[in-house]
Design a protein around this ligand. Sequence first.
Ligand SMILES: NC(=O)c1ccc[n+]([C@@H]2O[C@H](COP(=O)([O-])OP(=O)(O)OC[C@H]3O[C@@H](n4cnc5c(N)ncnc54)[C@H](OP(=O)(O)O)[C@@H]3O)[C@@H](O)[C@H]2O)c1
Length: 331
Amino acid sequence: MHSRVAVVTGANGGVGLAIARRLLSQGAPGKDMKVVLACRNQSKAMAARAELLAEHPQATVDLVELDTSSVASVERAAAAIQSLCPAGIDLLFCNAGAMAIASLDVVSIVRGLLLHPVAFFESSEALRQKRGLVTADGLGEVFQTNVFGHYLLITRLQAIMSAGARIVWTGSAASRLDFKRSDYQHVWGGKAYESSKYIVDQIVEPLDKRLQPLGIRCVVAEPGNVCTNFLAGLGLPLFEYLVVAVFYFIRVVLGLARFTITADAGAVGPCYAALADNVDSRIKYHSHSTRAGQAYVEELPLESCKDTGSFLIARLDGLVKRFDSKKQQQS
Ligand SMILES: NC(=O)c1ccc[n+]([C@@H]2O[C@H](COP(=O)([O-])OP(=O)(O)OC[C@H]3O[C@@H](n4cnc5c(N)ncnc54)[C@H](OP(=O)(O)O)[C@@H]3O)[C@@H](O)[C@H]2O)c1
């Protein structure tokens, strides 16, 4: 019997894999930790599992296929997790995330570098994002991937979450821009990623309030600027190396702590939010790093608006209901 069970979405690489690794190293001293990697790409997931088992041969690492941009996949994954974890779940990391990158935005790069270089490197201004992307379920693709897929997963798993369980969302600092209620799934705007992360910030506190009577807490953490596969969509490997070099320059020379750079450092905030004795859903748990690369957690107030949170929770509940009645009609 495992004394703690953690499910990590998007755990086949980057921050998600680093979260799983940290949990196995530090998760519950003296206790067994079982980790379920809930991933879209199964060959990458198998490689990630093999990597973790090579480092922790005694660990239990299970795989579940999950595409958060598909309601059917979330339903199948929730059922698979329930049968893999009969004793319940203690930690759920809503980490999978994507930005639909179209190209580099050269005009914004020049303007950003000239007018506000520090803020520029803390934002995603350099990237032009695709517009008009809708999934087979009829939802904004980035919204469904980053937000609704996880919201539905939580809805399906909350009955088997243990008293004292934690849900940790991986948020972003790039979450303040371009949210519009009239297009809350951000299908038509150019900042679907930021908008989705803004939604995460807004729903965490109301979700936490709703789940607290069940003994479940819900919080948001932020990995900092990490060099992961996130820019792979650009198809410019040389640019990715340049980004790594620029990030090191910014952290070492300018001393900007949010440039955590490695996935392992980026996982510090999410793991702290999952394992600390006390957490607060009005706080965002940021991974930061010293110039020398020592990672630590910075707790900063979450910028949220009650009214927007209630608006979004109502929309998300409405979507869950819509897909529930579709399922009933089909059965
Ligand atoms: N890197 C940063 O600087 C940074 C900063 C702030 C926040 N974040 C957040 O950190 C989280 C992890 O990103 P990362 O930096 O580790 O990037 P990454 O290396 O690209 O990892 C993203 C993970 O999400 C998965 N994913 C994407 N779309 C999915 C879908 N539809 N269904 C299931 N899984 C999906 C990917 O799986 P596949 O292999 O199948 O694509 C991958 O495992 C994301 O939520 C991201 O927004 C990152």
